[in-house]
Design a protein around this ligand. Structure first.
Ligand SMILES: NC(=O)c1ccc[n+]([C@@H]2O[C@H](COP(=O)([O-])OP(=O)(O)OC[C@H]3O[C@@H](n4cnc5c(N)ncnc54)[C@H](O)[C@@H]3O)[C@@H](O)[C@H]2O)c1
Length: 272
């Protein structure tokens, strides 16, 4: 889909988390660019060393500024340089960051390492607080600015192999509400999370049994799974002025999965 309505014309945004062309952040950067936004791309220094992001930077005509999202000096520098680049304030931010150290090290939920767990919660959840706090203190976001973080329904319902990321997403969604209140009162900035269908990306495929998982969700969703491109378009709508009064919400973007009890396709499977 390439619906270029220039919904983001004149808007300036920072996109966190484009690792490769499968990344939701990558697809969102392209969609925002097509809708007329000016962008800054950022990712952790280790991700930048992969070099892939330079292709995206060229495609969307954006500078790349490295920042480890749990380093406050990096974040301050990112906002300073972005405001300098844009010649003023920022209108939107995409937080598309997730990392589970225990999943990486093959630790089950019942035997997690608490040191790894703290890093997971910091990178995947409190990082949203860090980003918002940096912007808040620097007064970097314009009035009616919009911040979107990506999350997953394991925050509400148990998906056993999602492991400690379920707790990280629950915390992320809570920070969305709590900071959404404060930034709303201070500057009419809105903060929401999008709860996305399973999507084939580097982070997504890290979940054990991902193939079964994504096929099950497909069968359990009246519209089927939402793709990364669909998610990018939803992000555009939330960054646009068409959704100005939406804030502090966790918004399901999942083809109906979250409110479906069972589908004919799943029943058919069970009868086999
Ligand atoms: N893929 C799915 O099935 C799915 C479903 C729902 C939600 N999400 C969420 O979408 C978001 C994006 O993930 P994705 O699926 O596009 O995978 P991805 O692997 O492409 O993106 C994850 C990004 O997080 C970045 N990151 C990790 N540690 C960082 C740090 N310390 N500082 C800065 N950046 C760091 C990585 O470099 C990478 O770019 C994540 O929050 C993920 O949990 C994904």
């Amino acid at each position: 889909m390439n619906m270029s309505n220039q919904l983001l014309k004149g808007k300036k945004g920072i996109i966190f988390g484009a690792l490769d062309e499968k990344s939701i952040a990558w697809k969102t950067a392209i969609a925002c660019h097509e809708q007329g936004a000016q962008l800054v791309l950022t990712n952790a220094p280790v991700a930048l060393r992969m070099g892939e992001i330079n292709k995206l930077a060229e495609q969307v005509n954006a500078p790349v500024i490295g920042a480890d999202v749990v380093n406050m000096d990096d974040l301050k520098n990112l906002f300073e340089q972005s405001m300098q680049h844009f010649g003023g304030g920022i209108d939107f931010i995409l937080h598309s960051i997730g990392m589970s150290l225990n999943v990486r090290k093959g630790k089950q939920y019942t035997e997690i390492d608490y040191g790894f767990n703290q890093k997971t919660l910091d990178i995947s959840a409190m990082s949203l607080h860090r980003v918002l706090r940096t912007a808040y203190e620097m007064d970097a976001l314009n009035e009616w600015g919009s911040v979107v973080a990506l999350t997953y329904i394991a925050a509400q319902r148990v998906f056993p192999d999602y492991n400690e990321m379920a707790d990280a997403k629950a915390l992320l969604e809570s920070v969305t509400r709590s900071f959404g209140y404060h930034y709303g009162v201070k500057k009419k900035v809105r903060v929401n999370s999008i709860s996305q269908s399973p999507t084939r990306t580097t982070a997504g495929s890290g979940v054990k049994g991902f193939d079964g998982f994504i096929n099950y969700a497909e069968k359990m969703s009246p519209l089927g799974n939402a793709s990364g491109e669909d998610c990018a378009n939803y992000c555009v709508s939330l960054f646009s002025d068409m959704t100005r009064m939406v804030t502090m919400q966790n918004l399901f973007h999942d083809g109906g999965f979250s409110f479906t009890g069972v589908t004919a396709a799943v029943i058919e499977q069970m009868e086999k």
